[in-house]
Design a binder for this molecule. Structure first.
Ligand SMILES: [Ca+2]
Ligand SMILES: [Ca+2]
Length: 657
């Protein structure tokens, strides 16, 4: 093949039209022949395309909708982007902040200052739903090649209007809005099938073109600017989670509640047909429009048997008239408003989809499968994970995403540098501080907790007693903004700080100039208990035990199962955000009270964890001191009562998350 050779040598080469003309003279030439992988041409299989891309023209792949991007790694010191037409783009190299490229066209040099020789990451994204990237390939150094980028374990799709597209007063449009941010926080690939001014309802003249509603155009490759768009091939992108945020324009353009509800119900059904196993999240539009109709549509689908569907009540997330909103219209959230939304939505999704299932690795299988490394020479030997000294090596668990958790590990930091645990980490790349998230590290006599975001901010650093044992036990307990770090002594934290910068993300290990080993890693999120009503979880509120479907703060519905206070063979249910407080029965009601140490309290706060009375794959809680009485909900409140009817059994059966 001649084409890859041109790329590698970096010689001037004929433009695509001339090239096609020359090649078309050769006998047997097929104009659709794909280039070899590794050369940076559009068909290079190392390039990961996310969003709706039209690949029907081999030498110019076109993106549609907001925030579409491609990711790839490349070797060498430079990279140039070839475009067939102008578009507003953004690019990021090696995880650094995105660079704005308004009106990018022709061949664009993305590295005016050459990079250090090595492997680099690249992501190029479109600014808005009005931009079409017409990608003709990358030009690399002579002899340089592309490489496959780090895989992402999760995929999310967002469906919406201007607020989800990124419109209006945001610094980087699609890249500043909540949808993009949630995807990045959760280390997921993400799409924004969104268009400013669009309604859900089709055939209504809303403020997007051609009276095309999302209930029709969502199923198309192209936006509402293309009324004759071909259908989208849903086999090309199967998300784990889909977030729907529609209704604001339907409200503003007079679609009736009844019509909206019917269309929303059908839309949810149509989504389920395309995505048989995805979780669907129907978001209350941030301004509250069509909220009741959205709830009704969700409930209709749940009643019809959809078990992976949740309504997200966003009441109170952002407030009109404050800096949460653009002062221009009080309709579109501001940059900081989108940050608030993302920090609430990302953990909600991660917990619901169960990306925080317990994670552990003791390396007895002799391999580091499931770990993704960013710098450093990592290996598994003698049942431990080991890394050679390196300025900032990281390895993270591929897939799990935790917000609240207890993270335990045995860490041997070695003689120099420090070693420890990263958590709530995202945007990971090679480099000491090339990630967003927290790091708790130790050396022989110090423990430090800090925050990385391209740079490093120490939150606390304290002395620890030296130990004759080179292996120290490290524990991090993160609940909301409360971050605690324990070393060897698991009773009293060495560090206890409050920081709300990062809410969710990956867990892993990191070293700084240390030859270190890690073993017995274990991360466990708190338990949550869903009632017989889908989406309604056991929570405390004003000390009363209840069930409800939107819980803020989320920690009010998060519990630690600990050995029973009255009998260690049974369990007690301790609050995550009120340590020392337990669910107990009192006069037939369930309350969350402090352990006062009395035998009565301890008995009232001890439960037998039984097979679910209505479903043996789930659980029921029988009281320890009143056999035959179980925890059950009734009228939204929790009681302890004898169980007889099938309704009793159903209301006393919970699903543990
Ligand atoms: Ca392994
Ligand atoms: Ca081991």
């Amino acid at each position: 093949m001649t084409r890859p050779l041109f790329r590698r040598t970096g010689f001037a080469f004929p433009g695509p039209a001339l090239l096609l003309l020359l090649w078309s003279l050769l006998p047997g030439f097929l104009p659709t022949a794909s280039a070899a992988t590794g050369d940076g041409n559009p068909s290079d299989t190392n390039i990961v395309y996310v969003g709706r891309w039209d690949k029907s023209v081999a030498n110019a792949y076109k993106s549609y909708w907001s925030g579409a991007y491609f990711r790839v790694n490349f070797t060498g010191t430079s990279v140039r982007l070839r475009l067939a037409a102008a578009a507003h783009l953004h690019f990021s190299i090696d995880g650094r902040p995105d660079v704005d490229l308004p009106g990018a066209t022709g061949t664009v040099n993305l590295t005016p200052t050459p990079l250090a020789a090595g492997v680099h990451t690249l992501r190029v994204a479109v600014h808005s739903e009005f931009d079409v990237m017409q990608f003709q390939g990358l030009v690399l150094d002579a002899g340089a090649t592309t490489q496959a980028p780090a895989a992402r374990a999760h995929r999310i799709e967002f469906i919406g209007d201007s607020i989800t597209a990124g419109c209006c007063a945001l610094s980087e449009w699609a890249l500043s809005d909540y949808a993009w941010r949630v995807g990045e926080i959760l280390n997921a690939d993400h799409t924004q099938i969104a268009y400013s001014g669009i309604c859900l309802q089709n055939g209504v003249k809303c403020s997007s073109p051609n009276s095309l509603g999302m209930s029709q155009q969502y199923f198309k490759l192209q936006t509402v600017d293309y009324p004759s768009s071909p259908a989208w091939d849903f086999s090309r992108y199967q998300p784990d989670a889909v977030v729907i945020n529609l209704g604001t324009n339907d409200h503003n353009f007079g679609v009736s509640d009844a019509t909206f509800q019917a269309t929303y119900t059908t839309f949810l059904q149509d989504l389920r047909a395309r995505y048989p196993s995805a979780w669907l999240f129907a978001v209350r539009p941030f301004g509250g429009y069509k909220a009741a109709s959205t709830v009704a549509a969700v409930n209709t689908r749940i009643s019809a048997g959809d078990t992976r569907l949740a309504y997200v009540d966003t009441t109170g997330w952002v407030t009109v008239g404050t800096s949460d909103y653009s002062p221009n219209d009080n309709l579109h959230p501001s940059d900081s408003g989108h940050v608030k939304i993302a920090n609430l939505l990302a953990p909600f999704i991660a917990k619901t989809v169960r990306w925080d299932v317990p994670f552990s690795d003791d390396f007895t299988d002799g391999n580091a499968n499931g770990w993704q490394t960013y710098g450093g020479a990592w290996s598994v030997s003698s049942g431990k994970l080991t890394v050679a000294a390196n300025p900032g090596a990281k390895a993270v668990a591929y897939g799990p995403q935790f917000s609240n958790f207890t993270y335990d590990a045995d860490v041997s930091p070695g003689a120099t540098g420090n070693a420890g645990l990263v958590f709530r980490a995202s945007r990971l790349a090679i480099g000491p501080d090339a990630y967003q998230g927290y790091y708790a590290g130790i050396n022989a006599n110090t423990v430090v907790l800090g925050r990385a975001d391209g740079g490093w901010t120490v939150l606390s650093a304290v002395a620890i007693p030296t130990s004759t044992n080179p292996t120290r036990h490290l524990r991090v307990v993160a609940v909301g903004s409360s971050l605690k770090v324990y070393v060897d002594d698991m009773v009293t934290p060495r560090i206890s700080v409050t920081d709300a910068t990062f809410v969710s993300g990956a867990v892993g290990v990191r070293t700084f100039e240390a030859q270190a080993t890690f073993d017995n890693l274990s991360v466990r999120a708190p338990s949550r208990f869903e009632s017989s009503f889908q989406g309604y979880f056991i929570r405390h509120q004003d000390s009363r035990g209840k069930i409800s479907n939107f819980i803020s703060p989320a920690e009010d519905a998060e519990w630690r199962l600990v050995p029973g206070l009255a009998n260690a063979s049974a369990i007690s249910i301790e609050s995550v955000n009120y340590p020392g407080y337990y669910l107990r029965h009192r006069d037939g009601q369930i309350w969350m009270d402090a352990n006062n140490g009395t035998a009565l309290f301890q008995a009232d706060a001890t439960w037998w964890k039984r097979a679910g009375l209505a479903d043996s794959t789930r659980i029921s809680f029988e009281t320890y001191n009143f056999p035959g009485s179980y925890m059950r909900h009734r009228g939204g409140l929790l009681y302890s009562e004898p169980i007889s009817t099938s309704l009793d059994r159903s209301d006393a059966t919970f699903r543990e998350y």
